[in-house]
Design a protein around this ligand. Structure first.
Ligand code: HEM
Length: 496
């Protein structure tokens, strides 16, 4: 697709899928007019000097692996989106950094907190938060008698996990002013980096004139530093006062600040990467899971059978049960496939000119992973628009190991991206999803509220990842639910 030159902006989109039909050999890489976007081939007929900005859309698992993994040394940078990367994050927060030594350092530090061994040490925290999450739904629904909107509670579950991991503390009430402010910044970030910011990203003239959007982006940059800085200072004050602060990101950053030569701004944006990156995507997947359940009673019944058989009713699933519950694991993978948080991934960018299967990809091309096309590839996922956890039975790998497989066609899904920029929080996210979802299935059966159908097609405005607001009724499945749930009440663990 070649877009016309409008206000000094000229960019071209090529859509990349391997097509082995004889016709493709006859026609070279020319786009085929009769095909849907995910089977378009590439036009290499555009003269190089005419290209201001090339977008390469990757629609095929093998191409994704070839370019983003095998040739990851060249395809792991980020394009400097004006609003997100230049104005708000200014190359920080790991996600906005170019593929350079600063990114390597920041990602290495994040991995100290997000590697498998570290995640095992958060077992108690996630366990506790999952308990409080379910208890809230139970209490709020008056033990299954009235319908509830689960969004706030799913959000709070993911938020408290991230607050503990980041600041060594949680929030008992979502009314803590700083936490409220951090959540507001997350929403503002999504608003300013959503579809409307594309205008300012692509029409350079808008970047030079003082628009409201540009002013809001600059303000958000400063607000991030003010709010996350204040939260870091609270943790530092506790450390300075000799309090035993649990191992957490802020403690790690403060301890290694000098050795790693981190600026205060670096630290604020690494912290923001955990609290913005790690909250909305995880809670969004839980919200989609709950939205899907009332219309998939057979899935609930199968999961309940597995849980009753493997775990029993006297106790509920723990992290150790994960591999013994293949159907529950399959449900989680299927939700990640059918409602991936980022349908166009987080675009990568190429550093140098590259020739791939005869196609010339110049340096600074934006590489877009078309997760929507990958997740609706009919040969990999037959009947791809159906929610069908069975397709994952027999898949015993977690998302990280699955992504490492040499054969891209057998990877579970692409919800966490690909290559060197793949989501560093995916193991943490999977652990959170397993504990919340397996316990929700153990404790409740979910039904729709008569006259209030749950929309499974549309996404909520700004976030672009969560469902439209809905209510459902969580009915306790058996008598032991009450006994297990009331065992724990909310306690104040060093409330932030
Ligand atoms: C269901 C939950 C999650 C989903 C679906 C998700 C998805 C993604 C995706 C698609 C990317 C871009 C990957 C790429 O460029 O190829 C990404 C990057 C990132 N994610 Fe996640 N994520 C989730 C949870 C988390 C959590 C829990 C954390 C932190 C604790 C986190 C931290 C990050 C960071 C820091 C990056 C930037 C990586 C880089 O640019 O090097 N994410 N995530």
């Amino acid at each position: 697709m070649v877009l016309p030159d409008v206000m000094g902006c000229d960019f071209r989109v090529v859509s990349l899928a391997i097509d082995t039909s004889p016709e493709s050999h006859r026609q070279g890489w020319a786009p085929h007019p009769a095909r849907t976007p995910h089977t378009l081939r590439v036009s290499s007929e555009v003269p190089r000097e005419a290209i201001v900005q090339l977008f390469v859309v990757i629609n095929d698992p093998q191409v994704a692996r070839d370019l983003l993994v095998t040739h990851g040394a060249n395809f792991s940078s980020r394009w400097p989106y004006f609003m997100k990367n230049q104005t708000i994050l200014r190359g920080g927060g790991i996600t906005a950094a170019s593929y350079n030594d600063t990114w390597r350092k920041h990602r290495r530090i994040a991995m100290w907190l997000l590697n498998s061994k570290a995640i095992r040490t958060y077992a108690e925290t996630i366990d506790y938060e999952a308990h409080i999450f379910l208890r809230s739904l139970y209490d709020l629904s008056q033990h299954g008698k009235i319908p509830i909107d689960p969004a706030t509670y799913a959000g709070r579950y993911a938020l408290n996990n991230m607050l503990t991991l980041t600041f060594g503390s949680r929030t008992v009430k979502a009314t803590d002013p700083l936490v409220q402010e951090a959540l507001r910044l997350g929403m503002e970030f999504m608003r300013l980096t959503g579809p409307w910011s594309n205008m300012i990203d692509f029409f350079k003239i808008l970047q030079w004139i003082p628009t409201t959007m540009r002013a809001q982006g600059r303000k958000l940059h400063n607000d991030f530093i003010a709010v996350y800085g204040a939260m870091m200072l609270r943790t530092k004050a506790r450390m300075d006062a000799g309090e035993e602060v649990p191992d957490c990101l802020v403690k790690t950053l403060i301890q290694c600040q000098e050795e790693e030569q981190l600026t205060w701004e670096d630290m604020c944006f690494i912290v923001s990467a955990f609290t913005t990156g790690g909250v909305h995507s995880t809670s969004g997947i839980i919200e989609w899971f709950l939205a899907l359940m009332p219309s998939n009673l057979h899935v609930q019944a199968k999961a309940a059978e597995e849980l009753d058989r493997v775990v029993g009713r006297d106790t509920w699933p723990t992290a150790e049960d994960e591999m013994k519950l293949p159907y529950c694991r399959a449900i989680i993978k299927e939700v990640l496939r059918i409602h991936a948080s980022f349908w166009m991934g987080t675009p990568h960018c190429s550093d140098e000119d590259f020739v791939y299967r005869g196609l010339f990809i110049p340096a600074n091309s934006v590489m877009v992973l078309n997760v929507y096309a990958l997740h609706h590839n009919e040969s990999r996922y037959p009947d791809s628009f159906s929610f069908n956890p069975e397709r994952y039975l027999g898949d015993e790998l977690g998302a990280m190991d699955s992504a490492k497989q040499p054969d891209a066609l057998v990877r579970d899904h692409w919800a966490f991206g690909a290559g060197r920029r793949i989501c560093p929080g995916m193991e943490m996210a999977e652990r959170e999803l397993f504990l919340a979802i397996s316990r929700l299935l153990w404790a409740f059966s979910f039904t729709e509220v008569p006259g209030e159908p749950i929309c499974l097609e549309e996404y909520e405005g700004f976030s672009g990842r969560t469902p439209l607001p809905y209510r459902l009724t969580p009915k306790p499945r058996h008598g032991m639910v009450h006994d297990v749930l009331v065992e724990k009440t909310e306690i104040n663990l060093n409330d932030v």
